[in-house]
Design a protein around this ligand. Structure first.
Ligand SMILES: O=C(O)CCC(=O)C(=O)O
Length: 310
């Protein structure tokens, strides 16, 4: 029996909010919109230097793009995949993130890389704490399978396996929910994170030249405003010569649905201030959580509509 959505907001008392992180929940986030090449070593070295520069500019939370260590393509995933569970020697991308997190005392939501595990490939985001410890691993739960004829066709499920759970993790900069790119299209995941007390949802992503202009900003604002929560996204920089052309536009959206900071498509780092007291204020001004009518729209009974085939 498949059941994809247990609306904790409707069925359960709200989860106790985690304590506000140090400094009243104020800190800087860096969205590192990296240029990605077919040279993995170069991508890793480049990412490291960008992260170091962001740290030197005061960032405490780093967000990287979806698939930052290789080109985004089904052909590349098996070639560049790393076995993260086999230790850092088997995963140079994770090793670098762990080292730089420890050295610079950063929380890193490490974008995503292709992961190989037990004969499967995943699109995986690793979260590191300021001691360089791997705190969580999110495997993209909704694979990007779309076909808009003449515009964009992609079928991740030809190569990748979907992850089997949401990922929420406590860090020095608060409780973070993680989704990867297409995951942002599914509001239930963001609702679940909000209900579990997340301060911010981070989505590494790589929208394209068709769905990017149509939906990228809209989806970020929707997830933020519905849940009165910070939403951060980070995309690769655009490479017009690549097989898959990314939209870029890494963005931080605040809990009122407002754009706090954003950029165009070139390689850059967006550094922006997060202030969780804003979230508290907006939730007091507009107390959606306590006004929710779970008695009217309890969505537990969705099993007959649910399908999860991977
Ligand atoms: O949802 C979209 O339009 C793009 C998603 C995507 O590019 C991805 O999941 O990698």
């Amino acid at each position: 029996m498949a059941s994809v959505f247990r609306p904790e907001t409707a069925r359960q008392p709200p989860v106790e909010r985690p304590p506000t992180p140090p400094n009243g929940g104020r800190y800087k986030i860096a969205l590192c919109q990296l240029a990605v090449t077919p040279d993995k070593e170069r991508n890793i070295a480049h990412a490291r230097s960008v992260i170091e520069a962001a740290a030197d500019n005061g960032a405490q939370l780093i967000l990287l793009p979806e698939i930052w260590n290789c080109p985004y393509s089904n052909d590349s995933f098996p070639v560049y995949a790393e076995d993260i569970d086999a230790g850092f020697e088997a995963s140079p991308s994770s090793a670098m993130l762990s080292n730089v997190a420890r050295e610079k005392k950063l929380t890193i939501v490490g974008g995503s890389i292709p992961e190989r595990s037990n004969g499967h490939l995943y699109n995986t985001c690793c979260v590191f704490d300021k001691d360089g410890e791997l705190k969580a691993k999110h495997r993209k739960v909704h694979l990007f399978d779309i076909d808009i004829p003449g515009k964009i066709t992609f079928k991740e499920s030809d190569v990748l396996t979907a992850g089997d759970g949401p990922t929420i993790v406590d860090t020095d900069v608060g409780r973070i929910g993680v989704g990867i790119c297409y995951d942002i299209r599914f509001p239930e995941l963001a609702m679940l994170y909000a209900a579990r007390g997340a301060h911010i949802i981070c989505y590494p992503g790589a929208f394209n030249m068709t769905t990017g202009p149509a939906h990228w900003e809209l989806l970020q604002k929707a997830r933020a405003v519905d849940n009165q929560i910070y939403v951060a996204t980070c995309a690769p920089a655009r490479d017009p010569s690549a097989g898959y052309i990314a939209w870029g536009h890494s963005t931080l959206v605040g809990p009122f649905g407002q754009i706090v900071a954003t950029t165009e498509h070139e390689q850059t780092t967006v550094i922006a201030e997060i202030d969780y007291s804003q979230t508290e204020k907006i939730r007091l001004n507009m107390p959606l959580e306590s006004q929710r009518r779970g008695d009217l729209y309890n969505l537990v009974d969705v099993t007959r509509h649910a399908s999860h085939k991977t």
